[in-house]
Write a protein that binds this ligand. Structure first.
Ligand SMILES: C[S@@+](CC[C@H](N)C(=O)[O-])C[C@H]1O[C@@H](n2cnc3c(N)ncnc32)[C@H](O)[C@@H]1O
Length: 296
């Protein structure tokens, strides 16, 4: 089974837009490619938050860790309730503003918009620029700029940050990150105090990447981790023909058909949920019900 780094070579490289001091290039590039995965996954994240609220009550806060959060995308979608195109439109208003001005404008934008969901959002990403923007602008409550693939050792303050989180989400990041990143994170996730339910995990994985590589990492940390049946989410348009051909080959190499999904010219991802064994059925049921509602 090829590792994620090898398969990831197939995808176009966006390092420059991930590491810019402002989110302008990220959102304009992703918007051009009709990047949709965050928006597509949002109803499932909201459903997990709602389940946690029902189970934990309002005394225990939901603290969401967004792995590969970029400039705070998961928080903008889930906490603030913006759509991906609303976020892209906001950052397209003044595409030349410098970091200082863009942070100020974003703070004002957030101040005008009460969060839809009063949760805490903690972002983790290898891009120092993105985490700096996310925390300074207020999109993220707290952040951690680390590439755990290169060095998986966590500092004590990073452990404490992850320990406070009881929901792990991720879109568009598995593949860049795998077992080396998940191992230290799962070792700490939700460990600051015992809660009657969770922690929960809701992540999307492109169909070109084999989930088996990380399923065993989840199992090693006591999490049952399974694909949600029927759910296939559009990620983004292929960057060029080479990316399309190579992606289709990688998906077919996994034994999956590409005639319906990838043949439409887009990357597609599957949805996976993880939880302690006793909590997993409720989380899975919430996801299945969300999928059914979206079909109506
Ligand atoms: C396609 S973007 C996804 C961003 C966001 N989750 C979304 O869906 O809009 C991938 C993100 O993964 C981050 N990334 C790449 N390698 C990483 C690593 N080793 N550790 C953490 N984040 C990484 C990039 O900086 C980038 O922000």
């Amino acid at each position: 089974m090829p590792n994620y780094q090898v398969v990831n070579e197939v995808k176009a490289n966006f390092d420059d837009v991930y590491q810019s001091p402002t989110p302008h290039a990220y959102f304009s590039t992703m918007n051009e490619l009709e990047y949709a995965i965050g928006q597509e996954a949002r109803p499932y994240f909201l459903s997990a938050v709602a389940l946690m609220r029902r189970q934990l009550g309002h005394q225990i806060p939901v603290r969401m860790l967004d792995l590969g959060c970029s400039y705070g995308v998961g928080s903008a979608l889930v906490k603030y309730g913006f759509s991906f195109s609303e976020i892209a439109d906001f950052f397209a208003r003044d595409p030349d503003s410098n970091s200082h001005q863009c942070i100020k404008d974003t703070r004002e934008w957030l101040a005008e918009n009460e969060p839809d969901n009063p949760i805490s959002c903690i972002g983790a990403d290898s891009s120092e620029e993105a985490i700096h923007f996310g925390t300074e602008s207020g999109l993220l409550d707290e952040g951690m700029a680390r590439d755990l693939e290169s060095d998986p050792r966590l500092a004590p303050e990073e452990c404490a940050l992850i320990q406070k989180c009881n929901l792990l989400i991720s879109t568009g990041a598995i593949g860049y990150v795998g077992e080396r990143t998940l191992n230290p994170i799962l070792q700490q996730l939700g460990k600051n105090r015992h809660r009657p339910h969770g922690p929960y995990i809701v992540v999307t994985i492109l169909r070109m990447f084999s989930p088996e590589l990380i399923t065993k990492t989840f199992a090693a940390h006591g999490f049952k981790f399974l694909q949600v049946p029927e759910v296939h989410l559009r990620q983004r348009r292929f960057h060029n023909e080479t990316e399309e051909e190579e992606t289709i080959k990688a998906v077919q190499k996994r034994g999956l058909e590409t005639d319906i999904l990838e043949a439409d010219g887009y990357h597609h991802a599957d949805l996976f949920v993880g939880a302690p064994e006793s909590d997993h059925p409720d989380l899975m049921q919430a996801m299945v019900e969300t999928w059914k509602k979206l079909q109506q």
